[in-house]
Design a protein around this ligand. Structure first.
Ligand SMILES: NC(=O)C1=CN([C@@H]2O[C@H](COP(=O)(O)OP(=O)(O)OC[C@H]3O[C@@H](n4cnc5c(N)ncnc54)[C@H](OP(=O)(O)O)[C@@H]3O)[C@@H](O)[C@H]2O)C=CC1
Ligand SMILES: O=C1O[C@H](COP(=O)(O)O)[C@@H](O)[C@H](O)[C@H]1O
Length: 494
């Protein structure tokens, strides 16, 4: 009989394919360990690490522990939690194309009736093969959940192929497509902020909002991933998934409840309403960039074309800025300016909602430029929300001089919660609970690709090369021109 306790519904077995890969070692095992440390993993939960390489179990555990030491704060590595965690882990060598070998998963499962979670931390090209072999070995039950990683394809057509293959073996209700941005603390807070506070709910439309900015800036370059990145580029790597998901969460109508179906339905409506960026709009609505050598934090870094493994003359973009428009009543006339790039001066992900000025201005005309409230939603670093409001400057001599200042909510200071869990911890925890609301449904992936594909077709038609920007800068000058043309500026330029 199964133990009935507070965590009974989270009892599961987890089979992790690609256990020696970068994602598994750098993100998934540390996240699972943190869940164990927080005693969220059920005492009977077991983890099967599957990898092609011949490694014995003790060596696998030793290697994983070494990664923990390199990645996690020393204080997190308490002996009791490590012992509990590694007590749950088994290692199994398997070539994922070896159908026969899958019987070892059944041997590991024994007569367990707990849901099996399959995490495919592998190239998407083999998702179908793994599904087929799991089915052949009778490992799939209705309770099985399958986690797959981005990118789901390279364009709409290839995403269809991957999704069709997965659909041969799994129902949509069993699929958890990861977009790790949906696991970030502030992204979830965006849902709370918008739908728990009537103050914002009533202002959240074109009557009160003039424009929205989304910046996802990375300091890193391509980190030795030329083979993958040069085929993808920043538009596919970051915009098709993370930035469009953020845009959807900002722009969607209120869902009727917090269920996965309701939230995903609303997100899909936003994706369907995105105005296509046709070739005639390319000049004003889109900037592509590629970094050249420069300095970050005072240290020289190479240009994109000098990165490890680079091919001469690549025209892949490492930066993109877009003026997106949403064709519906709520957002008519409200541009969403998005930019994302590698080798920027700092790692920064934030969303800025710019409110329109009050309808009638009665203060010092010299201060009129201050008159727009801004809501700043910071995803990383220093997660928090800040509302820029105008108040009277203090002091008898100041008269009715206005001062702009923040009503600020830093999550770590306000809630004293200590560490903010990594996105993968939250997402794995949601998979364990069987909650799909932070995962991407098939039609979301496909509508996002439809929009991205026409942009890429436009680039190809016009033959637009990327504009150069020095590493350590905020992207090509043209991205500043794109927003200043509308009489606005990127937030940190203000
Ligand atoms: N790394 C990251 O930060 C991120 C990764 N992703 C996605 O996650 C997935 C995994 O990425 P990542 O970990 O970086 O990739 P890696 O190449 O580091 O890991 C993939 C693993 O899959 C294994 N594998 C591939 N084919 C087989 C096979 N036939 N049999 C057994 N093992 C096999 C590889 O084994 P072997 O080494 O023996 O070839 C490797 O260990 C990809 O879909 C990627 O796009 C998404 C976002 C971020
Ligand atoms: O999915 C990806 O995301 C990372 C950036 O993630 P973050 O959580 O560090 O902001 C990006 O570097 C990578 O190229 C991309 O594949």
């Amino acid at each position: 009989m199964k133990t009935m306790n507070r965590a009974a519904s989270t009892q599961c077995d987890l089979a992790l394919f690609g256990a020696l890969g970068d994602l598994a070692q750098r993100k998934l095992f540390p996240a699972l360990f943190q869940l164990e440390r927080a005693k969220l993993l059920h005492p009977q939960t077991r983890i099967l690490a599957l990898a092609r390489q011949e490694v014995d179990e003790e060596a696998f555990k030793a290697q994983t522990l070494e990664r923990f030491k390199a990645l996690l704060p020393k204080n997190d590595l308490d002996d009791a939690a490590l012992k509990r965690f590694f007590g749950k882990v088994r290692f199994q060598q398997l070539d994922f194309g070896d159908a026969e070998g899958y019987r070892r998963i059944n041997e590991w499962r024994g007569d367990s009736e707990d849901p099996l979670i399959v995490y495919m931390a592998t190239p998407p090209a083999i998702y179908g093969m793994i599904g087929e072999n799991l089915k052949g070995a009778d490992c799939i039950q209705p309770s099985t959940r399958v986690v797959v990683e981005k990118p789901i394809g390279h364009n709409l057509e290839s995403s269809f192929e991957i999704n069709d293959r997965l659909a041969e073996f799994f129902d949509e209700s069993q699929l958890y497509r990861i977009d790790h941005y949906l696991g970030k603390e502030t992204v979830q807070n965006l849902i709370a902020l918008r739908f728990a506070n009537n103050l914002f709910a009533t202002q959240w439309n074109q009557r009160y909002i003039s424009h929205v900015e989304i910046t996802v800036a990375e300091k890193v370059g391509i980190e030795g991933r030329w083979g993958y990145f040069d085929k993808a580029g920043q538009l596919r790597d970051m915009v098709q998934n993370h930035l469009l998901q953020l845009l959807c969460l900002i722009a969607m109508d209120p869902p009727s409840d917090l269920s996965a179906g309701s939230i995903r339905d609303e997100k899909v409506k936003v994706l369907k309403a995105l105005k296509p960026i046709t070739p005639d709009l390319m000049e004003t609505h889109m900037v592509r960039g590629q970094y050249t050598a420069g300095n970050i934090d005072g240290k020289p870094v190479p240009g994109y074309l000098d990165e490890e493994g680079a091919n001469e003359g690549s025209s892949t973009e490492s930066f993109v800025a877009i003026k997106a428009e949403i064709c519906n009543w709520r957002w008519a006339g409200v541009p969403f300016y998005m930019r994302t790039g590698k080798r920027m001066p700092q790692k920064l992900s934030e969303i800025i909602i710019h409110f329109k000025p009050a309808p009638h201005y009665i203060f010092d005309p010299d201060q009129k430029h201050l008159a727009n409230n801004k809501l700043i939603i910071r995803l990383q670093p220093d997660e928090g929300i800040s509302l820029q409001v105008l108040t009277k400057d203090q002091g008898l001599d100041k008269g009715m001089r206005l001062r702009q200042g923040p009503l600020q909510l830093s999550f770590s200071e306000a809630f004293n919660t200590g560490r903010v869990p990594d996105a993968y911890e939250r997402l794995l925890w949601e998979v364990i609970k069987g909650n799909q609301y932070l995962f991407v449904r098939r039609d979301e992936v496909e509508y996002a690709w439809r929009w991205i594909d026409q942009v890429i077709e436009g680039w190809a038609e016009l033959g637009l090369p990327p504009k150069k920007y020095p590493a350590g800068s905020w992207g090509p000058v043209a991205s500043i021109a794109m927003i200043t043309r509308d009489g606005r500026s990127w937030y940190e330029d203000a």
